[in-house]
Ligand binder design. Sequence first.
Ligand code: SAH
Length: 348
Amino acid sequence: MKDIHTLSLPQLQQWMKERQQPAFRAKQLYEYLWKQNVTSFQEMLSLPQALRDLLAGEFLLAKAAFADMQESADGSVKYAVRMSDGAVVEMVLIPSRNRSTLCVSSQVGCPLNCRFCATARMGFSRNLNAYEMYAQVFAARQESEARFGHPLSNIVWMGMGEPLLNFEAVKAAVERVTDPEGMGMSPSRITLSTSGHCDGIRQMARELPSVHLAVSLHTADARQRQELMPIGGKYPLSALSDALADYHERTNNRITLEYMLLKDVNDSLRHVRLLLDFCRRFPVKINLIEYNTHPYAPYQPSDADTFRRFAQSLEEKNLIVNVRRSKGRDIAAACGQLANEKKNSGKM
Ligand code: SAH
């Protein structure tokens, strides 16, 4: 059986029509699915019982449930979310003064094998569908209101997986999240983060131009990037630069570059110069990220002085630099750490 969430509104309308149901039933059903996120057909009380039974006989209604949860001393909360087939992904809710940001997963595991990333060690199981991503957002919105007393304000596709390798589903999820019949969130509050999938970046420029783009760059040394991030073999730095120039030309958006400082790997003044060069073709904002150590990779975070110097050297050239202190370090909230721990020890 097919999950009902895989049908678009026009498809639901068609389904209703074929069964001689009034057209407005499709809209009602759609709202139950995407506005209220009900978890069974029997909860759809304004649909006639016979129609509910008909739906239940023909479709599945996927559910996503928290399998586990852990709070960090800094306030961020990490959840393991279990999908209908038992697959588990992580999401992290990060509160700040009067807003909160959700870090959402797009795949179960990841096929890209970045050397520093814990998710990579899990391998790749499957793509999440649009509903499975939407369900993370829906749950996070409820959690944000219940826990922090303010609405979910931002979403970043920076959890497990590479969103641009699952573009159609991510796009459908973004459409539901931004649809007034869904959650009605502004696309300007949504960011997709990619390891540098150039075809995906070009597609994003054309099909999701009002969503922000972040690129996990981590080094502007072409050879080193290929070593750290094997996707740099298929899409070398020069191709990435071209794709970002195209992206900017089409959308006029500023691009966020994520740069994680790894001790004695990518934190020298030579790396600053390479990064400055890379930033010439399009307007950027640079997020300098503190590396979260974990047992699956040999790297260490750069020391505080080196980190400061790196940031200063960029600022001196008038670049916008944000320093991202590692959040949720005590709960292993870095990409992939959660699910790995779960896999290895059976608990979070
Ligand atoms: N595949 C996408 C989105 C998921 S990764 C991408 O690559 O952008 C989310 C971010 O966390 C990426 O910038 C990734 O490089 C970074 N990251 C991975 N492991 C990390 C670690 N141990 N410490 C800090 N950041 C990490």
